[in-house]
Design a protein around this ligand. Structure first.
Ligand code: CAA
Length: 257
């Protein structure tokens, strides 16, 4: 597939996807989402890739769903095509995805970032769910993931008033894990992804799956799920290598793919 709305690059074991619709502040339209999904499929299938970075421009990670594309749609259009369901692909990635957010992450842009595993923000980042200004409300997981990330009070405040949250507040409330000067953001995101990609790929994938289970089940079920996956790491060559390397005081060489 030829890409017109994203740029794709690979640095060692890190796949990098850059949203690239500068004239529309990376507003997410159907074509962009199909390209994004295609790039994610490719990186997921490539055994050399251990982690991915998703980023945008300095001005906008993404300013939301493409309002001009949505404007003519009626109920049966969105219901019949199950509009937005294709946007969830990134949340089903089994390899980790680091979102590097500078500038606006609004509406579907904020929701896309929240579907990633770690959000790193530039000090210029602005997060918001302004859909209420359009006579609608977040439709790509915003009411669910934002509430789980920052709690009811902040989520209601943002979703009902359309107030934006800056990077400092987003870090304080736990929406983002770290904040960097804007010109260092992408390097730091790639470094973070490289660090993850150096680990055992199956252990990383299982750890991600187990953390995500925490959002979907009870504590007792989640702990049981975790224990079963933890036990299964003992079948990995990487677990043997990791523990042998510790005992022998050397760096591990993880190889399971
Ligand atoms: N959809 C389509 N086009 C968009 C867009 C969007 N979400 N956001 C920005 N653009 C376009 C603008 O129309 C403009 O295009 P033209 O030059 O052709 O007019 C261009 O990008 C630059 O935007 P602005 O001139 O508005 O830039 P600004 O710096 O003055 O303002 C902004 C920046 C505050 C982000 C403003 O563009 C804005 O409010 N954008 C809309 C944000 C929004 O409402 N997002 C939610 C969308 S709905 C959604 O996401 C649904 C969902 O839950 C899935």
């Amino acid at each position: 597939m030829a890409y017109e709305n994203i740029l794709v690059d690979q640095k060692g074991a890190v796949g990098i996807i850059t949203l690239n619709r500068p004239n529309a502040l990376n507003a997410l339209n159907g074509a962009l989402i199909e390209e994004l999904n295609d790039a994610l499929d490719r990186f997921e299938a490539d055994p050399e890739v251990g982690a991915m970075v998703l980023t945008g421009s300095q001005k906008a990670f993404a300013a939301g769903a493409d309002i001009k594309e949505m404007q003519p749609k009626h109920y049966m259009d969105v219901y019949f095509e199950d509009f937005i369901s294709r946007w969830e692909r990134i949340s089903r990635c089994r390899k980790p995805v680091v979102a590097a957010v500078a500038g606006y992450a609004l509406g579907g842009g904020c929701e896309l970032a929240m579907m990633c595993d770690i959000i790193l923000a530039a000090d210029t980042a602005k997060f918001g769910q302004p859909e209420i200004n359009l006579g609608t409300f977040p439709g790509s997981g915003g009411t669910q993931r934002l509430t789980r990330a920052v709690g009811k009070a902040k989520a209601m405040d943002m979703i009902l008033t359309a107030r934006m949250m800056d990077a400092a507040e987003a870090e304080r409330v736990g929406l983002v894990s770290r904040v960097f000067p804007a010109d260092e953001l992408l390097d730091e995101a790639v470094k973070t992804a490289e660090k993850i990609a150096e680990k055992s790929l199956p252990a990383v994938m299982m750890a991600k799956e187990s953390v995500n289970r925490a959002f979907e089940t009870t504590l007792a079920e989640g702990v049981r799920f975790e224990r079963r996956l933890f036990h299964s790491t003992f079948a990995l060559e990487d677990q043997k290598e990791g523990m042998a390397a510790f005992a022998e005081k050397r760096e591990p060489q993880f190889k399971d793919r």
